[in-house]
Design a protein. Structure first.
Length: 134
């Protein structure tokens, strides 16, 4: 593998979570997952709930769940602005299953109301977290 790297930053509303050189980043784009290597063509993409995987300059890797957001890619930088970001290792499957069950109950109560779409989106994110935690 090449020694080339690019700058990778992952930012959530609360904080900058990662800012370091990377060799590779896999991104859950809204139109499909895509990988980024040094020298990648510039692009911007919205993100769907899923896992961002990155390999750092030492070939260590980390998986981070993002609930959505945007990715800005250039030949030298990848910046991800995430709505929510959490290490996949920190996801607790039992807690997520309880949360999903509660949201599905709340969704039944919200049928026919303006809140239905909000619950649908929350359920989509929790299901993606469960998939990532598996």
């Amino acid at each position: 593998m090449s020694n080339k790297t690019f700058q990778f930053e992952l930012v959530s509303p609360a904080e900058k979570l990662i800012s370091e050189p990377a060799r590779y980043v896999s991104v859950p784009g809204s139109e499909g997952e895509f990988g980024v290597l040094p020298g990648h063509s510039s692009l911007m993409s919205s993100l769907k709930p899923g896992v961002v995987t990155f390999k750092n300059a030492d070939n260590g890797h980390e998986d981070i769940f993002v609930a959505g957001g945007f990715a800005d890619v250039t030949a030298d930088n990848v910046t991800i602005l995430a709505e929510e970001a959490i290490s996949v290792a920190a996801l607790d499957k039992a807690d997520l299953e309880k949360e999903l069950s509660q949201l599905q109950s709340d969704l039944k109560l919200a049928e026919g109301t303006a809140d239905k779409k909000r619950f649908d989106l929350k359920i989509e994110v929790v299901k993606a977290k469960l998939h990532a935690a598996a």
